[in-house]
Design a protein around this ligand. Structure first.
Ligand code: FES
Length: 309
C-alpha cells in the first residue's frame, strides 16, 4: 500500500550556514506532531513530482536542513521558491538509521551529514553515554555546529581548507566493543570510515546513505523468475528491468521514493530464494538473514525468488 501523504506548513525557514537552510514544519491545524526517533527522515514531495529524503534534526518539532546543490532541482526549489507559510506534502517519518543503546558513541559527519546525527547527540547525552562528534567541513562555516556543541559531548571540527582534515584511519585504529560509530556524509567519507573500521566488531559501524553507494547498483543484471506468493503473479525478470518495475507491471501497488536503494520505501518480504542486495540500508546481519529486499535495486541471486506480495 502506498504510504499516506500529509500536508505540513513551513512555519519558519532559517539560514544555518552559507548554502544551508532549515525548515520548521508544523501541522496546518496546529496539532502537535509526534516526536520522531533519532535517525528518522521525511520524504518531501516537491513540485514537478520530485521526492527527496531529509533527516529530521529538530529538538522537539519536525525540522529538516537542506544544502543547496547547484544541479539539484529539489534543493534549488527549497532555497529559491519555497517560503514560510507554504504547504508541503510529506510521507514518513521513516527510520533506516536506528539509534541503539551503547555506553559510548563516535559520531562522524561530513557537512550536512550532521542532520541525522544531531538528535542522536542529544539522545546519547540524555542516556548518560559519552560521545564525541567529528564534524568535517570544507571551510570554517559548519551547519548546526552550535547545536551540536550545546548537546553536551565533545565536538571536533575538522576543516579541510585549514589543514585539519580528519584522519579516519587513526581515529578507528583501535576497535572498541563498547562503542557504536554512526556516520553520515559524502560517499568518500563513508567509504573511508567503512574501510578504516572494517576490523571493528560486527554491527559497530552504522551509515546513512542519501545517494546510491558507489558501485551498489552495478553488476550483471541476469534474468530470474519472480513469484508473488500472495497475488499469484509470476514472470521472468529480464536484464535491465527492476523487481519494482515488474511488480508494478502486475498492477501491484508498491510504494517507492528514492529508487536508489537508500530510503527503504519499497521494502518487500522474501519467502524463498536468495537476494543479490544492492541497497544501502540493510545491515550485514539483515542481508545474511535474507528476509527483506529493496525491490527498486536488489535482484535475485538464485534462479527463483518468491516474495510475500
Ligand atoms: S524506493 Fe527507496 S529504497 Fe527503494
Amino acid at each position: 500500500m502506498t504510504e499516506p501523504r500529509r500536508s505540513l506548513r513551513v512555519q519558519r525557514m532559517t539560514w544555518e550556514a552559507p548554502g544551508v537552510v532549515s525548515l520548521d514544519l508544523v501541522a496546518p491545524d496546529g496539532t502537535a506532531l509526534p516526536a520522531p526517533e533519532p535517525g528518522a527522515h521525511l520524504d518531501l514531495h516537491l513540485s514537478g513530482g520530485i521526492t527527496r529524503q531529509y533527516s529530521l534534526c529538530g529538538e522537539a518539532g519536525w525540522r529538516v536542513a537542506v544544502r543547496e546543490i547547484q544541479a539539484g532541482q529539489a534543493s534549488r526549489f527549497i532555497h529559491h521558491e519555497l517560503r514560510p507559510g507554504a504547504l508541503i506534502d510529506v510521507t514518513g517519518p521513516r527510520n533506516n538509521f536506528r539509534f541503539d543503546a551503547a555506553p559510548r558513541y563516535l559520531f562522524i559527519a561530513g557537512g550536512i551529514g550532521i542532520t541525522p546525527l544531531l538528535p542522536m547527540l542529544r539522545a546519547a547525552t540524555r542516556a548518560g553515554a559519552t560521545w564525541e562528534l567529528h564534524l568535517c567541513t570544507h571551510d570554517a562555516d559548519a551547519p548546526l555546529i552550535a547545536e551540536a556543541r550545546a548537546a553536551g559531548g565533545v565536538v571536533h571540527h575538522h576543516i579541510s581548507t585549514q589543514g585539519t582534515r580528519l584522519d579516519v584511519a587513526s581515529l578507528l585504529a583501535t576497535p572498541r566493543a563498547d562503542t557504536l560509530v554512526y556516520c553520515c556524509g559524502p560517499s568518500a567519507l563513508m567509504l573511508a570510515v567503512e574501510q578504516a573500521g572494517a576490523h571493528w566488531p560486527a554491527g559497530s559501524l552504522r551509515f546513512e546513505w542519501f545517494a546510491a553507494r558507489p558501485g551498489a547498483t552495478d553488476g550483471a543484471q541476469d534474468s530470474f523468475e519472480l513469484v508473488c506468493a500472495a497475488s499469484g503473479h509470476r514472470a521472468l525478470v529480464g536484464a535491465g528491468v527492476s523487481v519494482l518495475e515488474t511488480l508494478r507491471g502486475f498492477g501491484l501497488d508498491v510504494p517507492s521514493s528514492c529508487e536508489q536503494g537508500v530510503c527503504g520505501t519499497c521494502e518487500c518480504r522474501v519467502l524463498e530464494g536468495s537476494v543479490d542486495h544492492r541497497d544501502s540500508i540493510l545491515s550485514a546481519a539483515e542481508r545474511a538473514e535474507g528476509r527483506l529486499m529493496m525491490t527498486c535495486v536488489s535482484r535475485a541471486a538464485t534462479p527463483r525468488l518468491v516474495l510475500d506480495i
